[in-house]
Design a binder for this molecule. Structure first.
Ligand code: AMP
Length: 550
């Protein structure tokens, strides 16, 4: 009995020591610690507050203890496999083919626990894109839930890594006789520059590009944001994203860092998000601002309908001032944060709190993106990469510890998008921006053809590539259309030449592109307008749609 007590106490102190190493309260990255495993916070809370809820989904909940045990079991299962043990090339990468839910969380945390990087693969992706991602990643293992398993066609299976695990099935005992590599009773220690995750975004070349985020960058983000927002263990936070959108990194790891509970909104209940938040008495709302517009449209936002919310995080796209005001009315006790950031700078890197005296970006009616978060830097540069004075428009560049390692397997693109300026590495965001005289940054739209539709990042050139390939026409162009309150709501594709079979074209596009990138409409034009440099003139195409709608 006394011996047991000693072990409990020593485990507890071991936990506290690791907490001291992993918390930003005492130390600052990069000097702070030697432990950057994203699973460490869950492990730690499993020791200190084992019965607190870590995840709630549908009618299931996992306490921190249950969550840590399931993640550890999965990590053990990976580590027992001879394919895992024989893989000497680091980093080990684990693909996750799972819809948001408990199995996806366990799969992802299990991969982290084992010291590997996780790579989410969206379930709505067409087979070609899944194959492209599998080919680019050289995975050691793939973990699929029941829904993900339905995508394992013969072609996908042929491209799968040697270890294939069903997350929703009890671990099989076939490899139990293999000794464990290392001690997996706690997460494997990883270094700051080890790969934590890879998230794929739309690419201008027609292929998705994988953004590689290190464990040090991810930990800096998580610790900084928990302090910035003031998240605490009693919080109950909303998850609205799939793992393949990097907003999920914020939702999951910030919540677990605080020892709070993550309440996952089932995809079928998106339109009932307000009711969901009320029933679960959520205190933290995380979503793209587009969701506010959708909820407003169906009149789901009534005065003070969300009284329990104390924190709201909007990010991933511009936050219209009108949406922020509507939200303030619906959630009067919530402090609203507008967070800005590209996937390439680890989720979010600038922030502004919205209040009556918040800075609004003149002429655009959106909340300004604020100032850099701890560990991040922001400057505005001209086309030569020189910093411009305050008040002048240029391109927003981000620096600091949250910069991605680059694009998986694309060193040239990495050097182009992450140049050295004045001896320091920066990421060129492609966003027009200005820093005003009080030091607040404003985002002024895109330099390139990247758009956001309902929070999804889309390169129009990627849709062009698909249109070109399928129609056989060289002159094609995709444009964002229509716009509501300045935000794109859909895509229209244009194809030159003789009439095409629209149903056939759309069916073929669905085979190539994720659903949110498939144009809602494809228009046939005898002549496609070109600009002075001989390229397809997207502005003229958009003007045609404007004329049509008036
Ligand atoms: P993603 O990599 O999907 O997070 O997309 C990053 C891009 O989304 C940025 O480069 C911006 O164009 C846009 N974005 C993200 N957050 C904001 C925000 N709060 N305000 C304005 N634009 C944003």
């Amino acid at each position: 009995m006394r011996l047991r007590f000693f072990f409990d106490i020593s485990n507890f102190y071991q936990g506290l020591r690791r907490l001291a190493r992993t918390t930003s309260l005492r130390f600052q990255y990069p000097e702070m610690s030697d432990d950057f495993n994203l699973a460490s916070a869950v492990w730690l809370h499993s020791r200190v507050t084992p019965h607190a809820t870590a995840i709630a989904y549908k009618n299931q909940t996992l306490s921190y203890e249950q969550y840590a045990c399931r993640a550890r079991d999965l990590a053990e299962r990976l580590a027992r496999s001879s394919d895992w043990q024989e893989r000497t090339v680091k980093p080990l990468k684990v693909g996750i083919l799972a819809s948001r839910g408990i199995d996806a969380c366990v799969a992802m945390l299990g991969a982290c626990w084992a010291g590997a990087a996780y790579i989410p693969i969206g379930l709505k992706l067409p087979q070609d894109r899944i194959l492209a991602i599998l080919a680019a990643c050289e995975l050691t293992a793939l973990i699929a839930d029941a829904e993900g398993a339905q995508l394992l066609t013969d072609a996908v299976l042929a491209a799968c890594p040697p270890i294939l695990i069903r997350a929703d099935q009890v671990p099989a005992a076939n490899n139990k006789d293999q000794p464990l590599t290392g001690n997996l009773s706690e997460p494997v220690q990883v270094a700051a520059d080890d790969l934590a995750y890879v998230i794929f975004t739309s690419g201008t070349t027609g292929e998705p590009k994988g953004v590689m985020i290190s464990a040090g960058s991810a930990q800096n983000y998580v610790k900084t944001i928990v302090n910035t927002l003031g998240l605490v263990a009693t919080d109950r936070a909303l998850e609205t994203c799939e793992l393949s959108f990097d907003f999920s990194v914020h939702n999951m790891f910030a919540t677990w860092q605080a020892g709070a509970a993550l309440h996952i909104l089932p995809a079928s209940l998106v339109m009932n998000a307000v009711k969901f938040a009320r029933n679960a008495q959520l205190t933290v709302w995380n979503s793209v601002p587009s969701l506010v517009g959708m909820l407003q449209q169906i009149k789901a936002l009534q005065h003070a309908c969300l009284p329990d919310l104390r924190i709201t995080v909007f990010g991933g796209e511009a936050l219209p001032q009108t949406a922020a005001l509507q939200w303030q009315d619906a959630a009067p006790n919530a402090k609203i944060f507008n967070l800005y950031g590209p996937t390439e700078a680890t989720v979010f890197c600038l922030a502004q709190v919205f209040s009556c005296d918040a800075t609004i970006t003149a002429g655009r009616g959106v909340v300004a993106i604020g100032t850099a978060l701890g560990g991040c830097e922001a400057i505005v540069v001209d086309s030569q990469g020189a910093e411009v004075p305050d008040g002048m428009i240029g391109e927003l560049a981000i620096g600091g510890v949250q910069l991605a390692q680059g694009y998986l397997g694309q060193p040239k693109l990495t050097i182009q998008k992450f140049p050295m300026l004045n001896g320091k590495r920066w990421y060129l965001t492609g966003d027009f921006a200005v820093r005003d005289l009080s030091g607040v940054f404003h985002c002024l739209g895109r330099i390139d053809n990247q758009i956001k539709v309902s929070g999804y990042r889309i390169e129009l050139e990627e849709i062009d590539a698909a249109l070109r390939q399928i129609s056989g026409q060289n002159l094609v162009g995709a444009v964002a259309w229509p716009f509501v309150d300045g935000a794109a709501k859909g895509i229209v594709g244009f194809v030159a030449g003789s009439p095409i079979d629209h149903a056939e074209l759309t069916a073929a596009l669905k085979q190539k592109l994720p659903p949110y990138m498939v144009p809602n409409r494809v228009v046939n034009l005898k002549v496609i307008p070109l600009n002075s440099s001989g390229k397809v003139d997207r502005r003229a195409l958009a003007d045609l749609l404007k004329i049509e709608s008036t």
